[in-house]
Structure formats: C-alpha cells, structure tokens
Design a protein around this ligand. Sequence first.
Ligand SMILES: [Zn+2]
Ligand SMILES: [Zn+2]
Length: 277
Amino acid sequence: MYIVVSISQCEMISNDMSKPFTTKKFVNDAINKFNHKFNYSKVSYVNANTLVTIICPDHGEFKISPWKFLNSKHGCKACAVKVMASKQKELTKKKLEELKKINDALYEYPECHFNGIKDKIPVQCKKHGIFHVTVDHHLHGVGCKKCADERKTGGYNLQWFDADTNRKSLPGILYIIEVYNDSERFIKIGITKNSVSKRYNNSPFKKYQYKIIYQFYDSLYRCFLKEEEIKRLFKEYLYSPKHKFHHTESFTLGALPQILELYEITQPFSPSSLTSI
Ligand SMILES: [Zn+2]
Ligand SMILES: [Zn+2]
C-alpha cells in the first residue's frame, strides 16, 4: 500500500517540477500524520499558506493551507465535526447514565434519545410527574421545579434526604394534630425533628389552637415516607385552611377515623395539649 502511494507521489512530483521538494515533503509529512487517510493527488504546494486541494474519502475535495492542515487534529473539517459530535454524544450519554445512578431515587428517564446537550429531555419526577429540561441544565443540577419550591418552604423531600444519607437516620416524629379555632376545625399531618410543641410554638401565626392526636417516633426518613403515604392515600380529604401556615398538608376531619384505623391507632388524643399556633 505504502509503495503504491509512493509511486503516485513520485509521478505527481515529477509533474510539478517547480516545487518538487516541498510538495513531496508536505505529502510525506501529511502521510506521517494522517496515515493514508487522504488523497493528495491534487496537491500542488506553493508555500505554507497557499491553499492546496486535498481529497477526503468521506467528504470529497476541500482546500486548506498546508500549515493549517499539518497542525489540525483531523485534517478534514467535516471529519472533525463528525468526530466531535459523536464524542459529545458519547460523553452526554455517559453523563446521563451517571445522573441516572445519582438521581435514581428522584427521577426516571422515560425516553432519553438526544443528539446534543442543548436538547430537552423528559424527566419523570417520582413525586410530581414529568417535566422537561435540557441535558445541559440537568447535568448542572436543574431538576424538578416543584421539588425546588417545596425545598424553599422548608419541607422535606427525597432530594433533601439523598443529599446526605445520614439525614435518613435522624430521629423524627410523625404527628397528627387537630387544629381549630372558632370557625374552623381540621387535622394536620407533618413530620418534625423537634417536638411538636417546639415546631408550632415557633410559628409566627397564632390563628389556631391545636391538640396532638398521635405521635409516631421513628427515623425521620421513615416518618417522611409514612407522611407521603398518608398524603397519597387521603388526598381527596385535602383541606385549605383559611389562614396559611406551614407547608404541611391539612385534611378535613373526615379523614381522621380512616387514618387511625389504617395505622391501628387505638388510643388517640393522648397526650393532648392546648396551645396557640
Ligand atoms: Zn472528511
Ligand atoms: Zn418533583
């Protein structure tokens, strides 16, 4: 193979008697660099900056200065674009695989066909459903907006627990309280790292009083999962208090007997306390 090319070079060089050495040297340097990828039959070397014609087996003829050609990584621009594109695709795919591992608890990726990092992909938040985000943004930590909103209000979520697994074993309390004033009565379910009274006595709102119905002591994480379960099972009982306070969910009193039954809570209303919140 090499010999055949060498003969054709000799013929070409003999046709170009004006610059035999420089054309030959350029072609040899080019072969040293790019092996036998390109066809140099149309090269007529004048100087380092005067364009020469080179033929790419994949993309045809192109003109380039000898200097630029020998200092480029791929020789042909179209080949370079192709290599870069496939490298980027490979890289983003690899990164998305990493993301999947990291975000396994939070997100699922129903379809993840994309050509570049600027493409939007659908991501399934396990809590809030599908949202769309560019691969680029997602790789930089942009996730579910609803989860982010919840974080802002101080609520616990899977992302918060996953950020530091030690948080999962923190002691916690799942509580059910009955909240009331002269015109309203409803129940509220939440979790706290502190006692319920600490949780509510810090509240800036004093519109309601409350009575503890049930407190469940476990790891904060298991409390969180139980709270999520109650929210899911009893969403038809969701209630919006007239006075906004805290981010935890409120339910109508009608949900209470079923919640107590589900968790086999036989002795509710103890200990009870009356406090303004
Ligand atoms: Zn090419
Ligand atoms: Zn979410």
